[in-house]
Ligand binder design. Structure first.
Ligand SMILES: *[C@@H]1O[C@H](CO)[C@@H](O)[C@H](O)[C@H]1NC(C)=O
Ligand SMILES: *[C@@H]1O[C@H](CO)[C@@H](O)[C@H](O)[C@H]1NC(C)=O
Length: 332
């Protein structure tokens, strides 16, 4: 796994925006994905992430930062952002050139991928951790600790050679370290403050039930869908009365494009045991008013719908038939 799972982002800045009260750890990082097709063709993708939320993109054609949210500039001035943009532009151009220059010497065979992540992590808004990690073809390759290049064991002698090269560029290492140690936390705190309306919003989930037959006959897979909630932490359980059903299986929490989340939670039951089961959802947006959906009720809702739809369809069919056959000329 290349990138360790990002820490769960639960940004809980109080109204005052007091940095001390950031409850959880929060991360800002830049991610780079570079593809080198051959000696003359390479493609760089860049993006910026606040926890699991993408806040920035990189337009590699024009060499410009894309601000994905109204608050993506944090509290930085245009001037400072333009300086950073220029720095990233030089970085991408310079890096591509260097990699292509050294590729054969280091026995990097085209095509290949390079991925990197760099940023900072704040704990309780105070203590700071920085990181810069590079992967080659999906495996750890090297990292930077303060201003020391550390080859990864998976990188072998090639990583050692790259670190020897990197160590010759004292200025670049210092710039990188300064970006992570000073610029990053300053930007992160500004971002949390500028985006707090968005980051602290509460969006109520929608929930619905469905089922599908399982491979085994006489059994049903009940599915409880919970969609469009924010923030991410959520509790969902299949219940019988007050009894939590231990067979409940939680799916991954998946992102929607609008930044809200989706989860499905399933329970495999014998068909005749399905009625009386319910799906219970707890989420901060609901206060203590849990959503409870009963399996039986949905079924009866379906029957009600069917009872309404069938006569309607018959009426329409009759109408169509009549349009063809009934002679309107005879109507006085
Ligand atoms: C390099 O790769 C690009 C993209 O795959 C391709 O279009 C181009 O023809 C290649 N050039 C050479 C010299 O192989
Ligand atoms: C932005 O906010 C952070 C945190 O409150 C602060 O340290 C910094 O000085 C502010 N301004 C700039 C330009 O970084």
């Amino acid at each position: 796994m290349l990138f360790p799972l990002l820490p769960l982002l639960a940004v809980l800045l109080p109204e005052s925006g007091n940095a001390k009260a950031v409850q959880e750890r929060t991360t800002f990082q830049l991610i780079q994905i570079s593809f080198y097709a051959n000696q003359s063709w390479a493609q760089n993708q860049g993006s910026g992430w606040l926890g699991e939320l993408q806040t920035h993109g990189w337009d590699s054609e024009s060499g410009t930062i894309l601000f994905l949210h109204t608050w993506s500039r944090g509290n930085f001035s245009n001037e400072e952002l333009l300086d950073l943009q220029l720095l990233f532009r030089f970085y991408f151009i310079g890096l591509t050139k260097e990699v292509q220059n050294y590729a054969s010497q280091l026995q990097f065979k085209y095509p290949f991928n390079v991925q990197a992540r760099a940023g900072c992590e704040l704990h309780s808004g105070e203590s700071l951790k920085t990181f810069l990690q590079v992967a080659f073809e999906g495996s750890n390759f090297m990292s930077l600790r303060d201003t020391t290049c550390v080859p990864s064991p998976e990188g072998g002698s090639r990583a050692q050679k790259v670190c020897d090269l990197v160590d010759q560029y004292e200025g670049i290492k210092e710039t990188a370290n300064n970006l992570m140690r000073n610029t990053c936390p300053r930007f992160l705190l500004g971002l949390l403050d500028a985006g707090k309306m968005d980051l602290q919003r509460q969006v109520r989930p929608e929930a619905w039930l469905s089922s599908s037959p399982t491979l085994e006959s006489g059994r049903l897979l009940l599915v409880c869908h919970i969609s469009g909630f924010y923030p991410k932490p959520i509790w969902v359980m299949w219940m019988r009365g007050e009894q939590e059903q231990l067979g409940t299986k939680e799916g991954d929490i998946l992102p929607h494009a609008d930044g809200t989340w989706y989860r499905r939670v399933t329970l495999d039951v014998a068909t005749e045991e399905a009625s009386g089961l319910s799906c219970r959802v707890r989420h901060s947006s609901l206060g203590d008013q849990d959503i409870i959906l009963y399996w039986g009720h949905r079924l009866s809702m379906n029957w009600i719908a069917l009872a309404l739809v069938v006569p309607l369809v018959l009426l329409i069919a009759l109408g169509l038939w009549c349009k063809k056959r009934c002679s309107y000329r005879n109507i006085p």
